[in-house]
Design a protein around this ligand. Structure first.
Ligand code: SF4
Length: 372
């Protein structure tokens, strides 16, 4: 798997049975043959339905994603939120088709891009969507960029491999993209190496690589985690501006509710591989409909509570080879009742565009759960 295949700046990795991104697999041929593009009748650009992913390990089967469903419209930003191990990055890898198989397997579900189920496509057809239609930005730019190639070479590689551009043309395109992501003195810096850039500038280079082929969706996996707060805000603003320009859909994966408040349209909260709440961003911040979301919100540091101990959610996320029966959050939930240990709560419709998987979502919303 190379960076040109997935529209990212990951170091080249090769997998069995995956060819090398040569021009004969030009993604422009997506209009024809198997995997050709269609318009989704629902107006969505991506529909993920009942997705299940498991990892078969020596210690058992880890159920990393358990029935996740959501959709994304053009120009929309979906933030996928959860602690480490909640399944958000694995969901992204399954959508991109970059799961390491084995040990990871998609065992059920569908991932429809404009009506075409990517999971049913042969690998050769599937790989034409990566970078061209759906691109990904990873969190650690320094380890994802190749240290021995200039940034211009790495950005230009997208045009050389996917578009058959000459080296000179690819370099010009790289400069244009560096300008577009606001890297100062792009023409002078196009031949510099990754270590010569700051963390924020390297993340902009990752974004430039993802943007190269004008994808319809970008999946950004913790794109600001390694950055300080000011640079985080700049990178988030850049992503929002680029999205407004091109109307691409954006899936923003994060563990930090504070980062997404200003940019997301809707939020999906994951726990133990399940979607436990989904809501328009303002509704979720105003009144969470799940005790776990309520606690994630309480854990956001606040300047008006300076000097007070930061709130943390007690306990740790469950082992995915041994997910608790019933509601997976019940061992950590202060409101858990007997039913919570026995029955998995369904993801109920709460209101338009809003769902919660808690037996007591009504009481969570009206604040009476705390008094039970
Ligand atoms: Fe807590 Fe029960 Fe709701 Fe789970 S279903 S979040 S344990 S109240």
């Amino acid at each position: 798997m190379t960076q040109t295949e997935i529209g990212t700046s990951q170091k080249p990795r090769h997998r069995k049975g995956v060819d090398d991104g040569s021009p004969q697999d030009d993604p422009r041929s997506l209009q024809d043959g198997p995997g050709s593009l269609q318009d989704s009748p629902s107006g969505t650009v991506l529909e993920v339905e009942n997705l299940h992913v498991e990892f078969r390990t020596r210690d058992g089967v880890a159920k990393a994603v358990n029935g996740v469903s959501f959709d994304l419209r053009p120009g929309e930003t979906l933030a996928v939120l959860g602690e480490s191990g909640s399944g958000k990055s694995v969901t992204a890898q399954a959508i991109m088709g970059i799961l390491d198989t084995p040990p990871g397997f998609v065992t059920q579900g569908s991932v429809r891009f404009r009506g075409t189920d990517l999971l049913t496509l042969p690998e050769k057809a599937r790989r034409r969507y990566r970078g061209e239609k759906i691109a990904m930005i990873f969190q650690d730019a320094l380890s994802s960029l190749n240290p021995v190639y200039s940034v211009g070479f790495q950005i230009g590689e997208m045009f050389r491999v996917h578009r058959g551009a000459s080296r000179a043309d690819a370099k010009e395109k790289a400069i244009e993209l560096m300008d577009r992501v606001h890297i100062p003195a792009a023409r002078q810096r196009v031949s510099d190496y990754p270590h010569q850039f700051s963390g924020g500038m390297r993340q902009r280079i990752m974004i430039a690589i993802a943007l190269a082929l004008d994808p319809e969706i970008i999946i950004a996996d913790e794109p600001t985690t390694a950055l300080d707060v000011t640079v985080q805000a700049q990178v988030m603003q850049l992503l929002a501006d680029l999205q407004a320009e091109s109307q691409m859909g954006l899936i923003l994966i994060t563990h930090d509710l504070g980062v997404v408040a200003d940019v997301a349209d809707k939020i999906a909260v994951m726990y133990a591989g399940r979607l436990i709440e989904q809501a328009p961003v303002l509704d979720l911040y105003a009144s969470p409909a799940h005790p776990y979301t309520e606690r994630l919100l309480a854990a956001i540091p606040r300047v008006d509570l300076k000097g007070q101990e930061l709130y943390t959610i007690k306990g740790i996320p469950p082992n995915l080879t041994d997910i608790p029966a019933g509601c997976a959050f019940h061992p950590r939930c202060p409101y858990a009742q007997a039913i919570c240990q026995e029955q998995v709560p369904a993801l109920d419709d709460v209101s338009d565009g809003r769902r919660s998987a808690c037996h007591f979502w009504k009481e969570t919303l009206d604040g009476t759960l705390a008094n039970r």
